[in-house]
Design a protein around this ligand. Structure first.
Ligand code: N6E
Length: 164
């Protein structure tokens, strides 16, 4: 199956998630994810949007729960649409944040670490990340559509949008 085989205008996500990349100079906060989808991989703080919550509220809550930091002034970065062949339809909203307080903690869900942007461990991350995260960290906005067969990306389509 290819991205173009899906009518994305009528595609409705079965799950909605958020993911936040916290930046401090040339470093980005990543996590070793311990539970849920992508356990064992490197990702960033994030998770499901709960009933009655906005995406930004979910992003702030998940970052606090997973790594103990308080985030403010989240910047919308892009939308990810993941169609898994087993039926999961996941929409991810990506944020950047340069405004945070508190101390990093390890939790049951995540082990956080600061990583130089130039040293991001792509081989331990979801396969789509290398196709949009470098641009996202340079403030390019994007929309990405992906087909996954379990953890294997089988097709992708990405659009980058001019930002200011
Ligand atoms: C398929 N390729 C993928 N590439 C890049 N990132 C991916 C991803 N698939 C999921 N993600 C992100 O990982 C976070 C947790 O996903 P999610 O399903 O919500 O799992 P998690 O178990 O953490 O949720 P809860 O904390 O239980 O709410 C979430 O931000 C989501 O956008």
């Amino acid at each position: 199956m290819k991205v173009k085989d899906i009518d994305w205008t009528t595609w409705i996500p079965s799950e909605k998630a958020v993911i936040t990349y916290i930046l401090d100079g040339e470093n980005v906060l990543l996590i070793h994810k311990k539970t849920g989808l992508g356990a064992g991989m490197v990702n960033a703080p994030g998770g499901h949007i709960e009933e009655g919550e906005t995406a930004v509220e979910a992003a702030i809550r998940e970052t606090k729960e997973e790594v103990g930091l308080d985030t403010e002034n989240l910047i919308f970065s892009g939308d990810l649409y993941f169609h898994f062949l087993d039926g999961l339809k996941l929409r991810g909203t990506v944020y950047l944040c340069r405004d945070f307080k508190g101390s990093l903690i390890e939790t049951d869900e995540a082990s956080p670490f600061w990583c130089a942007i130039k040293d991001i461990p792509w081989e331990n991350m979801w396969e789509d990340d290398r196709h949009w995260l470098p641009q996202a960290l340079k403030n390019e906005r994007f929309t990405g559509y992906f087909i996954f067969d379990k953890e294997k990306m089988v097709d992708k389509s990405l659009v980058f949008h001019a930002s200011n």
